[in-house]
Design a protein around this ligand. Structure first.
Ligand SMILES: [Zn+2]
Length: 238
């Protein structure tokens, strides 16, 4: 867990990259280098340029994940909570809280700020791409292509994170909403149940369509159960 390197500090929060991040970064770069336009740079003439652009896109993708985490963090600090660190790893990023905020409305704002920042970022990038691109995307220069790729992925990530299942932000928004009407453990149980139903439906769909969907479904189901146990153990000990 401690194999992480500190790369800087933003608004007083240490930013760390996990060792797994160093593996996934070249993997993403390779992915972008192998995709045809407008989702990659396979068509780029110069081999060196192809890999430089792909690596740059991968780095900027993680920079946008960092902005997503900073959006959560900004509102956490504003509402009196505190953040230990932001860590970038294999599956994205996580802002580790030191002191949590508990009021449901504030929690909803903190959680929603992440996906909303991704969607806003994505829309701005696509607007930049469509409004200023001198030629079509396929003939556009590298900068516009990067804006298109990042815009597209950020909008996807924003909406995917709104799926009401743990560990996605949508699961936390749902729990915060439910906890305005019932106690926290009950709200967690209900949100976990919704997440599990989602996971099962996604798993069934995955069985018939895409193997990756099945893997994600297992991941979501596992996380839902873990969240429930975590909350129960924290609340029944006293
Ligand atoms: Zn988030």
């Amino acid at each position: 867990m401690n194999n992480a390197y500190r790369i800087g500090t933003i608004i007083g929060i240490p930013i760390k990259v996990d060792i797994s991040f160093l593996i996934v970064l070249p993997l993403f770069a390779w992915f972008f280098s192998s995709q045809a336009e407008p989702f990659g740079f396979a068509g780029t003439q110069s081999e060196t340029m192809k890999y430089i652009l792909s690596l740059l896109t991968a780095i900027l993708l993680f920079a946008s994940v960092l902005i997503h985490e900073l959006a959560h963090s900004y509102f956490t600090l504003r509402y009196g909570g505190s953040i230990k660190e932001i860590r970038l790893h294999l599956l994205g990023g996580v802002a580790a809280m030191k002191e949590e905020v508990h009021e449901p409305l504030k929690v909803m704002t903190i959680v929603a700020a992440g996906p909303l920042s991704s969607i806003i970022m994505g829309v701005l990038l696509l607007i930049f791409n469509y409004s200023f691109n001198p030629v079509s995307v396929s003939e556009g220069n590298a900068l516009f292509l990067i804006a298109f790729i990042l815009g597209y992925i950020n909008i996807f990530l924003g909406f995917f994170n709104l799926v009401p299942a743990f560990p996605m932000d949508g699961g936390r928004i749902l729990r915060a909403f439910l906890s305005t009407r019932m106690d926290f453990v009950k709200a967690t149980e209900k949100a976990v149940l919704v997440g599990k139903i989602f996971a099962v439906l996604m798993g069934i769909l995955g069985l018939f369509t895409d193997f990756w969907l099945l893997l994600i479904a297992f991941y979501i189901y596992g996380n839902a159960s873990r969240e429930e146990q975590l909350v129960k153990s924290r609340y029944t000990r006293y």
